[in-house]
Design a protein around this ligand. Structure first.
Ligand SMILES: NC(=O)c1ccc[n+]([C@@H]2O[C@H](COP(=O)([O-])OP(=O)(O)OC[C@H]3O[C@@H](n4cnc5c(N)ncnc54)[C@H](OP(=O)(O)O)[C@@H]3O)[C@@H](O)[C@H]2O)c1
Length: 343
């Protein structure tokens, strides 16, 4: 079978090799991968950035879905034909995140990822894929989808009628906006692009703000919420953008802090934490149980994850460059031979 490896030396040095077919151990399943989806994190692993850089050649890409084709002798949970995905933090079954389960994220820098024709997954670390989504769409759930679900449903606990500021139209932000709508709340979504804002409207998102052409985004949010501010913020940008979120939030509101696009440290007006009684939730992806809940919620509400582009695996480098450009609206997916998105 073929597997792709990186040493963290750049997209163009990603190599594909013919390697022996893996054989499942007693508690493992052999999964034929059908599609993988790309995340910002994959660029850090393949690009060898800071602690994401692999120490040796590793199969990259965290998100993927496939079909069980063989099972180990002690596997009772899965049968050949079951559609499954791997979870990003495979040992996080349920409950709160603890230090001992924050190990071995799938897709580097240490643990192998999903960019291979076949992968082995421990039976307890596989999650059933959504029934209503084809493999191309289902591949987008394990990082972007579950992170948004964790924020929206578990930490900010968004309720019908509330208003939520969502920054940008990246993979996590779009999932969050779709989930917020389905929960009966109102997302206010920002973007740098009027073209993307048009696309948001076609998803039923009517409250939008162009953050490039609007001089004061927080003031605009306040004016749209009768001067009160939003109940919650999905902070996908981070850095000093947190000041914008603090200006736009109402007294007693909460912020789900997810993104590091604008940097890992920043000059923040901490006085606002006090005077506004703000709760900030740090969000790290989500547990296997959250991924199962998300799949069930998506099935129930008929949500379709937004795709920007689908590339065949032969063009995986082009797909990564496409993500790197940052012009995407929705997820970038790479398919293995024989996999196609439903029309
Ligand atoms: N904590 C976690 O568990 C977790 C999980 C997944 C991702 N993340 C992090 O979350 C961030 C987003 O990930 P992603 O995969 O959704 O990224 P992505 O798909 O690459 O999206 C990036 C988007 O952010 C928007 N953006 C950039 N600068 C902005 C600004 N100043 N104000 C508002 N929007 C801005 C842009 O939207 P427009 O083009 O519309 O302007 C851009 O398309 C990354 O830092 C990633 O590492 C964290």
């Amino acid at each position: 079978m073929r597997a792709w490896t990186t040493r963290g030396d750049g997209i163009d040095r990603l190599t594909s090799d013919s390697v022996p077919m893996p054989v499942p151990g007693r508690t493992e399943v052999l999964v034929k991968v059908s599609a993988v989806s790309l995340n910002y994190r994959d660029l850090l692993v393949v690009g060898g950035v800071e602690h994401w850089s692999p120490q040796q050649a590793v199969v990259p890409i965290s998100d993927g879905v496939g079909t069980v084709v063989a099972t180990g002798a002690d596997v009772a949970r899965w049968r050949p034909g079951d559609r499954v995905s791997a979870a990003f933090l495979p040992r996080w079954r349920s409950g709160p995140l603890t230090r001992d389960i924050y190990v071995s994220p799938v897709g580097g820098p240490v643990n192998r990822g999903m960019l291979a024709e076949y992968v082995l997954i421990e039976q307890d670390e596989a999650v059933r894929a959504s029934h209503s989504l084809d493999d191309v769409h289902a591949a987008t759930l394990p990082i972007a989808g579950v992170t948004a679900w964790h924020a929206v449903a578990h930490r900010s606990r968004i309720r019908p009628g509330q208003t939520v500021l969502v920054h940008g139209t990246g993979g996590v932000a779009l999932f969050a906006a779709q989930l917020i709508l389905a929960l009966g709340a109102t997302p206010i979504v920002t973007s740098s692009s009027d073209e993307k804002i048009e696309k948001l409207r076609s998803l039923g998102i009517v409250e939008t703000i162009n953050y490039r052409s609007t001089p004061d985004v927080a003031a605009e949010v306040l004016s749209r919420t009768g001067g009160e501010g939003v109940d919650h913020v999905i902070e996908t940008v981070g850095g000093e953008n947190l000041n914008r979120s603090l200006d736009a939030i109402k007294v007693g509101g909460s912020i789900s802090f997810i993104g590091l696009i604008a940097g890992r440290s920043a000059d923040i007006n901490v006085y606002q934490f006090v005077t506004k009684h703000v709760t900030v939730h740090g969000i790290e992806t989500g547990s296997l149980e959250m991924l199962e809940e998300l799949a069930a919620f998506i099935d129930k509400h008929g949500i379709t994850p937004v795709l920007d582009a689908v590339y065949p695996v032969e063009d995986v480098q082009e797909a990564l460059h496409h993500l790197e450009l940052g012009k995407h609206f929705g997820k970038v997916v790479v398919t293995m031979p024989g996999t196609e998105a439903s029309p």
